[in-house]
Design a protein around this ligand. Sequence first.
Ligand SMILES: [Zn+2]
Length: 347
Amino acid sequence: MNYIVFDLEWNQGKLGKKDRHHQKIPFEIIEIGAVKLNEKKEITDKFDQLVKPQIYKDMPHMIEKMLHVDMQELAKGNYFQKVCNDFLKWTESDSIFCTWGNQDLIELQRNMEYFEMGTLAKEPFEYLDVQKLFSIAYEDGKSRRNLEYAIDFLKIEKDVPFHRAYADAYYTTKVLQRIDSDIEEYCSYDVYTLPAEKDDEIHKIYSSYSKYISRIFPTKAAAMADKEVSSMGCYLCDRLTRRRIRYFTTGGRYFIGVSQCPKHGFIKNKVRLRKHVKSENESEEVYVDKTQRLISKPELTEIMKKRDKALAMQQKRLNITGLSASKLTRQRKSGVKHEKTKPEKKK
Ligand SMILES: [Zn+2]
């Protein structure tokens, strides 16, 4: 297996969001840089090509300054279709993409679709988000640092300027080489193409949590009504769980609930409702990114406090609008209940 560490530079034209192309292709790729590594994470090859612009023919001064590249230089490159084909041929089949953050795979595929080249896959696929892995390896797993921070943190020599595609791919490689192989299990999923059917949905169990990525639902309500989405069953065994905290939300973007497995203890269920990158602005469509993890008793207490605060806020809003709050109070008192549904079989 090869690691393909890549980085893109893109331009958005001087008009930004006002440009008529913006909705379809906010960023036009102008450079692809990549490093190929073998299984031992030794560098075996490099890829470095400029792309001749076809959409945005001018460049905001800020981008020009940051990238140290101008339109005259880009004009010497090949068109995206050729550069991208060369790149994909160069990657070979048995390889995993590695990027700093999650945006490069999205923009690569958005450019590919714009130029009628299809997408990288017909379903979500695994890749390594080195920015996330850096956080898991060296920080709290939640923080997201920029590449230069990681380079300084690891005391890696800064021998080439940042913000050119090859240079950033090279620095990302240097960080990846310093991350323990055990941590690579925490792969990410590219969701440019979501699961088409229920059978294609993603179920992944990592050492410290599980992840579920759903198909698209027409609305948030439809997503939350789905049995698989709302299930609080134990992700480690098939046992029935007791519901300790019913799903609640603070801002509507995610829901948290807690269940208890007789064997494994307390499980925090977090359901994130996400807008797909290709959804229209007005669309109510969402997909679900759900994680389940074991938590301690103090963590359960913390979540209970959060829940109480969220319900109090909700009650306050209802009082303002003059609606009865009795339903909420009932919800709060209902307490422990048995989950009737068994968890779905994991892949
Ligand atoms: Zn269990």
